[in-house]
Ligand binder design. Sequence first.
Ligand code: RP5
Length: 170
Amino acid sequence: MNPLVGIIMGSDSDLDIMKDAATILKQFNIPFELTVVSAHRTPDRMMEYGRKAKERGLKVIIAGAGGAAHLPGMIASLTTLPVIGVPVKSSNSIDGWDSVLSILQMPNGIPVATVALNAAKNAGILAAEILGTQDEAISKTLSGYKKSLSDSVLEKAGKIKKEGWENRFD
Ligand code: RP5
């Protein structure tokens, strides 16, 4: 199947974080592609990716980068597809705030839906939710996923109730 989600990152060193987006999309049976596109080191490739993404059939782009993280914002400037930004705490990050603020503080007109630091899994879920607005099968998969989250919390609450909270801190 043709990819619906494009997962891109500034460096292969981001993959350890960005693979979480791929893993959850795989779990949801949503076709995606994954590659490295560097805003600073391959600006022409970035322009081509952003400009051709829509005509290639992508519906959502997840872009991750760290430090001077310009990739998500620049990709958003090149397409009308929704762009989800993943700030990565990378080798060139001071403390992660640099990545967060570089992706979050976009000018009016060019939004990037920024998830939490290193939260590539949430980016994958958000991409699925965007696709789910037009696809009932994906929407149902997401309902099942959220039910499983709820069940696991209730299970933990039940365990604490049964065993007593004091036993959790021995
Ligand atoms: C950013 O610089 C990348 O997104 C990565 O997070 C960071 C470090 O890249 P490498 O020096 O590891 O290639 O552009």
